[in-house]
Design a protein around this ligand. Structure first.
Ligand code: SIN
Ligand code: FE
Length: 296
């Protein structure tokens, strides 16, 4: 059985100062593949927003809505309906609060941390069947984005369960990354030369995919496709209660979202060099296992 995946914190407000001991503990736990867990850190949902949540739940077609501050672009929003502006305001408030939290908790990262996409997740996870197994986040996986090469940089995410009727968001957290990677790495094929350049040229990927992105995507897909692995892999089930927040390197920690509805999520990107211990990054772990450089 894996060690307890959670590192608990008591904070109940987003802008409270953390002690040096808390900060040290947070960065070590995160980089070591644990999930920072704030049981009492809720996102204050306004009355108007609460009405939006129930409206979204009755609309089967409601999409995940995400906002990319870098591109200034909203994705997934329906064009009609005054509710979208409200949802956007809610997401930008969340972006602000999560930025404040991480600056206080992880000062070592502050200068290098880049705030990326914010998302609102209105769907009930359970019973929902995505078109492709690749998109099925109910299956254990480490995050890798097909169209957004990270080139070795880290994916750090903050989640908050904002379910209005108190339903938990249930996750499975899997084995350590190096065990996960060792299992699938022997089957990973080398990238076909030239393909990454063409995909970037035609805008299929945002920038060029490195060997690292190629390997991470294959690990992601192979893990999701492997029914036996999905059945038998060691994992810890965690029910994040409504009104709780958690922070995790989702590229390092195999995870699956099993059930729950209504969450906010904020993605941050961090260069490996900004880590306290870069050798614990998926990039360096994979390079050690593969015996070659991957992020070029
Ligand atoms: C995921 O990153 O796999 C989904 C997590 C969630 O929506 O809770
Ligand atoms: Fe994921």
């Amino acid at each position: 059985m894996p060690m307890n995946a959670l590192e608990p914190f008591k904070a109940s407000a987003w802008d409270l100062p953390f002690t040096a001991a808390d900060q040290r503990c947070a960065i070590e736990a995160l980089e070591g593949g644990r999930v920072l867990y704030f049981e009492h850190l809720a996102f204050p949902v306004g009355d108007g927003e609460r009405r939006m949540l129930s409206a979204a739940s009755s609309d089967q077609k409601a999409k995940n809505i995400s906002f990319d501050p870098g591109a200034g672009a909203v994705k997934g929003a329906r064009t009609q309906g005054s509710g979208e502006a409200r949802l956007l305001a809610m997401m930008s408030r969340y972006a602000g609060l999560t930025g404040t939290l991480l600056r206080g908790l992880l000062p070592h990262y502050t200068r290098a941390l880049k705030q990326a996409r914010t998302s609102f997740r209105p769907h009930e996870i359970e019973g929902r069947q995505p078109k492709s197994y690749r998109k099925d986040d109910r299956l254990l996986h480490a995050d890798a984005f097909p169209s957004r090469p990270m080139r070795g940089a880290r994916i750090l995410r903050v989640f908050t369960n904002i379910n209005p009727s108190g339903k938990p968001r249930v996750w499975h957290v899997g084995e350590p990354f190096d065990t996960f990677a060792r299992r699938f790495l022997p089957d990973v094929r080398r990238a076909i030369p030239g393909v990454a350049r063409l995909e970037a040229m035609f805008g299929i990927t945002k920038g060029r995919r490195t060997e690292y992105d190629h390997v991470m995507l294959q690990l992601h897909d192979r893990a999701k496709r492997d029914a036996r692995y999905q059945r038998e892999a060691p994992r810890q089930e965690i029910a994040f209660p409504a009104g709780s927040t958690w922070v995790v390197f989702t590229d390092l920690v195999p995870h699956a979202a099993i059930k729950g509805q209504f969450a906010l999520e904020q993605t941050f990107e961090l260069p490996v060099a900004a880590q306290l211990r870069p050798e614990l990054s998926p990039l360096r772990i994979l390079e050690r296992l593969a015996g070659r450089t991957l992020a070029v």
